[in-house]
Design a protein around this ligand. Structure first.
Ligand code: PXP
Length: 259
């Protein structure tokens, strides 16, 4: 199992003060020395965390591959082509959202997606799509010619948190998941089954399968046990833990859980 460490949240902290500290670039060497397999960053259209100069420094100097998440906005795709990361992962973007809320909608985005995949592949940039774990999305991803898909684990993670943590008792409780435990357990089972089915289907189509969103030290092992998922991209939980234990220790602890 490969670990991509998403370092966007280091830039979130910097942007909270609008200064130059902490610098996400400093995390790259620490993550590589701790054993991470990849750095993941998201250059959002609104530049709310990672900025163009962060992306450039990180991509040019990282000793491990960089996975650049991006929308299908033509200006962003031009920047990605110029930056030449190891991989571009296409994600949906919505200005109002706190974080990426789900997989890409193929129907409305097909033409842009097709264009972006061909454009970046011609520049030897590996391509991936962040998708919901459905058979339809896997088939569409195969049709579009990407080599990777990243399965959205956010639904699974939300149900897990409402069932097994104190989220329900906080002001960030998820109202639509404020359900009886028996109902939540059923939902959790079907969320895992959907990920298993999508991973199987993806493997049959020859796609490489990553997964991510909302994964943490408690919920990650169920996802690790799903056959064919070979990479996890994890950000929030690692950066949150690093506040208390340091980034090196937080990454090593996650690696212990998943390897
Ligand atoms: N994968 C994708 C495609 C994402 O958009 C994100 C969030 O930026 C992650 C993984 C990491 O999610 P988290 O920060 O919840 O671990």
């Amino acid at each position: 199992m490969l670990l991509g460490v998403n370092i966007d949240h280091i830039a979130v902290l910097r942007e909270a003060r609008k200064i130059n500290d902490p610098d996400p670039f400093e995390a790259v060497g620490i993550a590589a020395r701790a054993g991470a397999d990849q750095i993941t960053i998201h250059l959002r259209e609104d530049r709310r965390h990672i900025h163009d100069d962060d992306a450039r420094r990180i991509i040019q100097n990282a000793p491990i591959p960089v996975n650049l998440e991006c929308s299908l906005n033509p200006d962003i795709i031009e920047i990605v082509a110029d930056l030449k990361p190891h991989r571009a992962t296409f994600v949906p973007e919505n200005r109002e959202e706190v974080t990426t809320e789900g997989g890409l909608d193929f129907e409305s985005q097909y033409a842009n997606l097709d264009k972006a995949v061909h454009y970046l592949k011609a520049r030897e940039i590996e391509t991936s799509i962040f998708i919901d774990p459905t058979k339809e999305a896997i088939r569409a991803a195969k049709g579009i010619g990407v080599s990777w898909v990243e399965l959205h684990t956010g639904t699974y993670a939300n149900i897990y948190a409402m069932l097994n943590s104190n989220l329900k008792n906080t002001h960030h409780s998820i109202p639509e998941l404020d359900l009886e435990r028996s109902k939540l357990k059923k939902l959790l089972k079907s969320a895992v089954a959907a990920l298993e089915t999508a991973a199987n289907e993806g493997d049959e189509y020859g796609l490489k399968i990553a997964a991510g969103h909302g994964l943490n030290y408690h919920n990650v092992q169920t996802i690790c046990a799903i056959p064919h998922i070979c990479e996890l991209n994890i950000g929030q939980s690692i950066i949150a833990r690093s506040v208390f234990s340091g980034l090196d220790a937080a990454i090593k602890e996650m690696l212990d859980k998943i390897k």
